[in-house]
Ligand binder design. Structure first.
Ligand code: NAD
Ligand code: UDP
Length: 319
């Protein structure tokens, strides 16, 4: 039996990862300070003796004994990570240092949840891992982008200097049930707006593109990455290469919800990447993986989740 630490385990992706690890028979320690996560995401796991919840901020040292560490702690949506940029940098950088220090002491394998944001507003399309990126170091997204880039640097340094078994995955936009209703991300925003027949807010002209990966596919890839041979450190892109404009996404969500919502335009936030699509050749080769959930199927499941949430907990949807 493996003992696994998941930081950020109370969040959208972390909670589903905890669930999948428990299903596989692992013991799981979930660490979260609930900055953006919620106990509701892991409530159903609390009665499992193989699951342990620790309220802790990863910017402070942590002492536990585990075999593997998945480092997911970090606010992920632009609205959340821009709320307290200093704390975002600390979580990315001090959090990485603390978790790498822990991994070094206990000789654990450690995986970093990095992001497509390390490519910034990419000048290369689609993005492959060898691309160094185009990031504004002092823009509104930089606390996250540069924080995550520094975390990658730290992972690489610990692996080169200390022989640590590190892994980096670069996650592209991921969606699914348990996304926070108010994190301002495009999929949750549009679905909630459509279900309530409110205006759908497109920032800019809607021609910017994103590639949307369903949660289950993403977590499958992340767990495969942890199981790669020790000499495989990444980074590896994980995401769905299907690319859509934001306008296409809005139209699809209106269709699937049979909504009466109108599309309205709002100003495009600064440094908003114009295009994003992962080249997943490396993931296909190293992980024997590719996403299997088409956007429409994933959206149907996510719409059902938010529909239920609006009925059972409308206050949470407004919070
Ligand atoms: P999320 O906000 O739902 O989850 C992040 C979790 O980390 C939350 O539970 C939050 O409370 C916790 N957290 C934040 N700061 C912390 C701290 N200092 N100490 C302890 N816990 C802390 O976001 P998510 O979408 O589940 O993202 C998980 C990880 O995946 C993040 O590292 C994010 O950068 C990365 N990622 C996600 C996406 C995506 O599309 N969802 C894309 C790229 C990268
Ligand atoms: N977006 C939008 N309307 C919204 C929320 C987001 O048009 O209500 C746009 C946003 O400007 C960006 C894209 O959708 O171009 C994806 O935004 P999100 O915040 O989900 O993720 P990220 O920008 O980090 O990829």
């Amino acid at each position: 039996m493996r003992r696994v630490l998941v930081t950020g385990g109370g969040g959208f992706l972390g909670s589903y990862l905890c669930e999948k690890l428990l299903e596989r028979g692992d013991e799981v320690i979930c660490v979260d300070n609930f900055y953006t996560g919620s106990k509701r995401n892991i409530m159903h796991l609390l009665s499992d003796p193989a699951f342990e919840l620790v309220r802790h901020d990863v910017t402070f040292p942590l002492y536990v004994e585990v075999d593997e560490i998945y480092n997911l702690a970090c606010p992920a949506s632009p609205v959340h990570y821009q709320r307290d940029p200093v704390q975002t940098v600390k979580t990315c950088v001090h959090g990485a240092i603390n978790m790498l220090g822990l991994a070094k002491r206990i000789r654990a394998k450690i995986l970093q949840a990095s992001t497509s944001e390390v490519y910034g507003d990419p000048a290369i399309h689609p993005q492959e891992e060898s691309y160094w990126g185009n990031v504004n170091p002092i823009g509104i997204r930089s606390c996250y982008d540069e924080g995550k880039r520094c975390a990658e640097t730290l992972f690489n340094c610990y692996s080169m200097q200390c022989g640590l078994r590190t892994k980096i995955v670069r996650i592209f936009n991921t969606y699914g049930p348990r996304m926070h209703p108010n994190d301002g991300r495009v999929v949750s925003n549009f679905i909630l707006q459509a279900l309530q027949n409110n205006d759908i807010t497109i920032y800019g002209d809607g021609s910017q593109t994103r590639s949307f990966c369903y949660r289950d596919d993403l977590i499958d890839a992340m767990m495969r990455m942890m199981d790669t041979p020790d000499e495989e450190h990444g980074p590896v892109n994980i995401g769905n290469p299907g690319e859509f404009t934001i306008l296409q996404l809005a139209e699809e969500i209106i269709r699937l919800t049979d909504s009466k919502s109108r599309i309205v335009r709002q100003p495009l936030p600064a440094d908003d990447p114009k295009q994003r699509r992962p080249d997943i050749t490396k993931a296909q080769k190293i992980l024997g993986w590719q996403p299997v959930t088409p956007l429409r199927d994933g959206l149907v499941k996510t719409i059902a989740y938010f529909d239920e949430l609006l009925k059972t907990d409308p206050d949470f949807c407004r919070s």
